[in-house]
Write a protein that binds this ligand. Structure first.
Ligand code: PEP
Ligand code: MN
Length: 336
């Protein structure tokens, strides 16, 4: 159950807290959007409910069946995440694009310039890469951050890059406009808790074996610290199918749209693992109600250090972007 009260009403907050303490009721206290929220992991007795109701008629008591509370549309409405030149919300279909990893051979600059000319506002590339094999390229690190930052800024784009290790947070904070948390770290709870303490937008990718509930509970970990700028991302899950890299769970997008107020993006690149599957999956994502895409694009994907086979060529992206732009209004969205 959840008890909500205005954060300004200290008197009520203290009284609610006293009732719980005296009656040995365990609760989690959260401050979010000017509200004091008490989450109680049990059903409160009639007696306790009566005591709380008597404090003030402004106190709200909700019985939320879903395990996740803060990522729940029953509690909060949609809220836009604003950037200087773009908005991420339910009215837009936002494109985050770029190479898998930042490379210092001129390809990032070439890709960024092309994307910017097309109208893309978010440049993504990893400086710290979660590679399955420890023998593969691990990313350019700090040098990569410098490169993506200068490239994005000279093209008036926002930077999206992945944080894997909490020790890199201060560095990433200086360069990123959106911090990506990859599938492998979706359940790194100490990391998620730290991200609750900042207010940079977080792009939280679904773990490859995580359920929708687990994704939304992971998101609650961030929100409960006070950072409500969370963007969820479906990126494919492990199934028995071996024809492609992962199974893109578009039903999850539909479910999340109904159950959560948070924006939900789709990453068709890591799901498909094959650039020729990406355009159709991107259009399907728009049709199913996603609020944006995270898509890998490279100026010469066959020479890419990482994830080349799934990276769109500039020509492929050009066509896809135009198609999405035409289709978006049919789904009540504007591309940005
Ligand atoms: C990525 O986005 O580059 C990535 C490694 O994806 P995921 O965390 O979804 O595997
Ligand atoms: Mn990749």
């Amino acid at each position: 159950m959840i008890v909500i009260c205005d954060l300004k009403n200290e008197n009520s907050i203290n009284k609610i807290e006293n009732i719980f303490t005296i009656n040995q009721i365990k609760f989690t206290y959260i401050k979010l959007r000017n509200k004091a929220i008490f989450v109680i992991n049990a059903v409160l007795s009639e007696q306790i409910l009566e005591k709380i109701t008597k404090i003030s008629n402004k106190i709200k008591i909700l019985s939320l069946k879903r395990k996740y509370k803060l990522s729940n549309s029953a509690l909060f409405n949609n809220k836009a995440i604003e950037f200087p030149n773009a908005t991420i919300d339910k009215k837009h279909f936002s494109i985050i694009a770029g190479p898998c990893t930042i490379e210092d051979d001129g390809s990032l600059e070439k890709t960024a310039e092309f994307l910017n000319n097309k109208g893309v506002n978010f440049l993504r590339g990893g400086a710290y890469k979660p590679r399955t094999s420890p023998y593969e390229f691990q990313g350019l690190g700090k040098k990569g951050l410098d490169l993506i930052y200068t490239t994005a800024r000279s093209n008036k784009m926002n930077v999206v890059t992945e944080l894997m290790d909490i020790r890199d947070l201060d560095n990433i904070l200086k360069y990123a406009d959106i911090i990506q948390i990859g599938a492998r770290n979706m359940q790194n709870y100490p990391l998620l808790k730290e991200l609750g303490k900042i207010n940079k937008p977080i792009l939280l990718k679904r773990g490859m074996s995580a359920s929708i509930n687990e994704l939304l509970l992971a998101s609650d970990y961030i929100l409960m610290g006070g950072n409500e700028n969370v963007i969820l991302c479906e990126r494919g899950i492990k199934t028995y199918e071996t024809k492609y890299r992962s199974t893109l769970d578009l039903t999850a997008v539909s479910v999340i749209k109904q159950e959560s107020h948070l924006p939900i993006f789709v990453d068709p690149s890591h799901a498909a693992g094959d650039r020729n599957l990406v355009p159709d999956l991107s259009k399907a994502s728009l049709a199913v109600g996603a609020d944006g895409l995270l898509v890998e694009v490279h100026s010469s994907p066959d020479c890419a250090i990482c994830d080349g086979p799934q990276s769109l060529t500039l020509k492929q992206f050009d066509k896809l972007y135009d198609e999405l732009k035409t289709l978006a209004p049919f789904f009540g969205k504007n591309i940005n």
